[in-house]
Design a protein around this ligand. Structure first.
Ligand code: GLU
Length: 517
């Protein structure tokens, strides 16, 4: 068995979004699962649309996702160069060979002429196929036209036949090449066209498996014709299902897709995002959903991918119908996340299961950006911060959500009366006596003594006895009196983290609010 070699071949014409990232992931995982090689190739032959900024953006995204490529830009390898713009001589050499063998020919038809013919066909409701005008030009005619300085493309000479694409995901798909005609392999600017360059590169780079989006399936017969013309063996094809958004429409740069880095900025870890993307079209043999990258790397098989579209059910696209999600700020983007998505569920699992050290390290940048924790306390040595972060982790679906919790522990107490004013616990005639009894309990503690988890528990019991209430009215009443909230962490943990001074301040303020009411 030859070594399995897969590749991801992005065109650097924009940011990397989930469609491209999932293709990269599947190629990466398949190579790892089969102990093969994963190659990165940059398809930058579109001179107008390719940019250096996009190239760096794509590489940064791939690095964040963690797909270390075995060969490619900035890494090198035996099959380089890995940017198509540096491989023009190879496309030229091979095109010359096809011309010499009469398998390709120069075409002098102008864009205007071709456009006109195309429109005519379309007006008649017919599909456009190149009419073969330059197919039979003699060598003299060609030389004359070149001498006149006429621009030309190079066309592949195709013949009408049926081509069978044997695809690992889509099964056997038949194409009739009569509807394809003689297609352009080298553009008039000398740059190779995609369907031609991809074949030269995949062949010279010894690619064994081409895994890409199903949108490219219709390009495959052209590519097979080029393989055949050179007498080369095509790779194995695997065209994976398309990704649709929550509105069932195809996800694209214009619809519902955002740069991959937006997920990093929202506070999803790459581990989570890879886990989620792996399930877009693939399922584990045991039906597992929560999976570590290591497991994916050993279990992934493209042959298990489904033919049906997979749904990227992360953003509420009906709510975002008029919004370009790729253009909005992270704070704005967050508003369109479904709170109960599978991505959030997986993310919560990954946050809970990370080692404490890694979790703290990963969340600190988000703590920084909340801006409520004093700079000098924002570090792994700060015990109070670390305890708060560790207690909160079970509640977090993203690391970014820490911003909803931290102000409670660090900012001045600002009760939101509208949240509890009408609750039975605030309305209860016991509220003040409950609160004051708890204050007395805390007051009995010696000065400087820490309000521990256990001390809080003992205090709650004593208050219950004194006022003669128990159960929910006792716990919820005290929660409200001590924190100004009806929800939050387990109360003893919450109060220990707040510390005695803050608790006293809160109870006093809540009592005052009740008395004013
Ligand atoms: N550059 C192409 C794209 O970004 C690659 C397609 C392929 O994988 O063959 O869609």
């Amino acid at each position: 068995m030859p070594e399995i070699r897969t590749r991801f071949a992005p065109s650097p014409t924009g940011y990397l979004h989930v469609g491209g990232a999932r293709t990269a992931l599947f190629n990466y995982l398949y190579a790892r699962a089969k102990k093969g090689k994963f190659i990165l190739r940059i398809e930058d032959t579109d001179q107008v649309r390719s940019t250096e900024a996009s190239y760096h953006q794509v590489l940064d995204s791939l690095r964040w996702l963690g797909y270390e490529w075995d060969e490619g830009p900035e890494v090198g390898g035996a099959h380089g160069p890995y940017r198509q713009s540096e491989r023009l001589h190879l496309y030229k050499e091979h095109a010359d060979r096809l011309i010499n063998e009469k398998k390709a020919y120069p075409c002098f038809c102008s864009t205007e002429e071709l456009d006109r013919k195309k429109k005519q066909r379309e007006a008649m409701g017919l599909p456009y196929v190149y009419d073969g005008k330059c197919r039979s030009l003699s060598e003299t005619e060609v030389s004359e036209k070149k001498a006149q300085g006429l621009e030309h493309t190079i066309r592949f000479r195709s013949s009408a036949k049926e081509i069978l694409v044997d695809d690992m995901v889509q099964g056997s798909v038949r194409f009739d090449t009569a509807l394809i005609g003689d297609f352009i392999i080298v553009k008039s600017d000398g740059f190779a066209s995609y369907n031609y360059a991809v074949v030269i590169d995949d062949h010279l780079m010894d690619i064994t498996h081409v895994i890409r989006g199903v949108g490219h399936l219709s390009n495959t017969p052209r590519q097979i014709m080029v393989y055949d013309a050179f007498g080369w063996k095509p790779p194995q094809w695997a065209h994976v299902s398309e990704i649709v958004g929550s509105d069932h429409k195809k996800l694209s740069k214009r619809h519902g897709a955002t740069p991959i880095t937006a997920f990093r900025d929202l506070g999803y870890t790459a581990r989570t995002f890879n886990n989620y993307m792996a399930l877009l079209g693939w399922s584990s043999p045991e039906g597992h959903e929560y999976m570590a990258l290591e497991e994916l790397k050993s279990q992934f098989d493209v042959a298990r991918c489904s033919k049906s579209p997979s749904m990227f059910d992360v953003f509420d696209l009906e709510k975002a119908a008029d919004v370009d999600l790729a253009q909005v700020t992270i704070a704005e983007l967050e508003k369109y996340l479904f709170p109960k998505s599978k991505l959030n569920w997986l993310s919560n699992q990954h946050i809970r299961n990370t080692s404490e050290t890694q979790y703290i390290e990963e969340i600190l940048p988000f703590v920084h950006s909340v801006g409520v924790v004093p700079e000098a306390e924002t570090n792994v040595q700060n015990e109070r911060l670390v305890s708060i972060l560790l207690s909160l982790r079970v509640y977090l679906d993203t690391l970014g959500q820490i911003k909803e919790y931290l102000p409670d522990f660090y900012a001045p107490f600002a009760p939101r009366a509208e949240d509890f004013r009408d609750s039975e616990y605030f309305q209860s005639e016991n509220f003040v006596s409950l609160a004051e009894a708890f204050l007395r309990q805390i007051g009995q503690m010696t000065q400087g003594e820490k309000l521990t988890h256990d001390a809080v528990k003992t205090g709650i019991q004593a208050v219950g006895k004194e006022i003669n209430i128990k159960g929910k009215p006792l716990f919820m009443g005290l929660r409200l009196a001590t924190t100004g909230r009806l929800t939050g962490l387990e109360l003893p943990v919450y109060l220990e983290l707040l510390g005695r001074e803050r608790v006293v301040e809160r109870v006093t303020k809540m009592v005052a609010l009740k008395k004013e009411a």
